[in-house]
Ligand binder design. Structure first.
Ligand code: GLN
Length: 250
C-alpha cells in the first residue's frame, strides 16, 4: 500500500535528527512491501482533508517554534479532523508542545498551539536534559519500554483526564514532577523523546505504521511481519542503560 505522510515544517522543526524518524518509517514500511509517500507541509500550505495517513512534526528551538506557531494554530481544525478520522500522528518535543494549547516562553510571550492535545506548556528556568526510559501501554496489557533523549525548557502540564504516553522510569518527562511523559489521543502520539526516537524503539514505528495502514485501507490495523531488529535492539539497550545510569532526577 502507499502510505501518505505529511511532514509539518521540516525546515523549521528538525533538531536532534528528528527527520530520522521518517527514514525509519519508510524503511520499515518498505520491508513489508509498502511505500511511504512523504510530502512537506510548510507555512501557508493546507492539511487537506483525507490527504494523509500519517502526520509528523519534529522539535525545535523557541525561535523556530515562534516562526511556525501562528500557522500551526491556524491548522487546528484540520488537525482535529485528521485525528478524529484516525490519521496516525507523531509529534516530538517542540512540535508536541504546539499541538497543545500553547507554549509560554521564559520571556512571558505566548505561542498559540493547535489545541489537539489537552495540555499547556510553560518554560522553566532550568532545561531538562538527559536520557529517558519510560513504560507505556498503548494496547491494553501490552506494556513496553521507550528509550530516548530529552532537552527542553518547557514543562508540559496535562489537563485532568488527558492520557500520558507513559510513565517515567528514568527522566524528567513532561514536567519533572508528575512522573508522566508525553500524551496520547487515539492514534496521535506526542512526546519529548528525541534521538531520533524510532530507530531505537522500532515497536512504536510499527504501531504508527499499522495505524497509518488502517487509515489508508479503511480497515483494522494489520499485524506487521516481524523484522530481525538486532541493531535496533542494541541501540535501545545502550540508550536504556544510559537512562538508568543518568536519566533525570529518578
Ligand atoms: N523549545 C522548546 C523547549 O525548550 C522545545 C525544545 C525541543 O524541541 N527540543 O522546551
Amino acid at each position: 500500500m502507499r502510505i501518505r505522510v505529511g511532514h509539518l515544517y521540516p525546515d523549521y522543526l528538525n533538531i536532534y535528527a528528528d527527520r530520522g524518524n521518517i527514514a525509519v518509517l519508510a524503511r520499515r514500511a518498505a520491508l513489508r512491501g509498502h511505500e511511504l509517500d512523504v510530502s512537506a507541509i510548510g507555512i501557508g500550505e493546507p492539511i487537506s482533508a483525507g490527504a494523509y495517513d500519517l502526520l509528523y512534526v519534529g522539535g525545535g528551538q523557541d525561535r523556530e517554534q515562534a516562526l511556525i506557531a501562528p500557522d500551526l494554530a491556524a491548522k487546528a481544525e484540520a488537525l482535529h479532523r485528521a485525528q478524529a478520522d484516525g490519521v496516525a500522528m507523531l509529534a516530538v518535543c517542540g512540535g508536541y508542545q504546539l499541538l497543545g494549547r500553547g507554549y509560554r516562553g521564559r520571556d512571558g510571550s505566548f505561542l498559540p498551539g493547535a489545541g489537539l492535545f489537552a495540555h499547556e506548556t510553560v518554560a522553566g528556568e532550568a532545561r531538562m536534559i538527559g536520557d529517558v526510559l519510560l513504560e507505556c501501554e498503548l494496547e491494553p496489557g501490552d506494556r513496553r519500554l521507550l528509550a530516548g533523549f530529552e532537552n527542553h525548557a518547557g514543562r508540559t502540564l496535562l489537563d485532568r483526564g488527558a492520557v500520558p504516553l507513559g510513565r517515567d522510569v528514568h527522566g524528567f518527562g513532561n514536567d519533572g514532577e508528575s512522573g508522566f511523559e508525553g500524551c496520547r489521543l487515539g492514534s496521535a502520539i506526542g512526546t519529548y523523546l528525541h534521538g531520533p526516537l524510532l530507530p531505537r524503539n522500532p515497536w512504536l514505528a510499527d504501531w504508527l505504521l499499522a495505524r497509518a495502514l488502517a487509515h489508508a485501507s479503511g480497515g483494522e490495523p494489520p499485524v506487521l511481519a516481524e523484522l530481525a531488529d538486532a541493531l535496533e535492539a542494541e541501540a535501545f539497550r545502550v540508550s536504556a542503560e544510559r537512562a538508568r545510569k543518568r536519566g533525570g532526577r529518578r
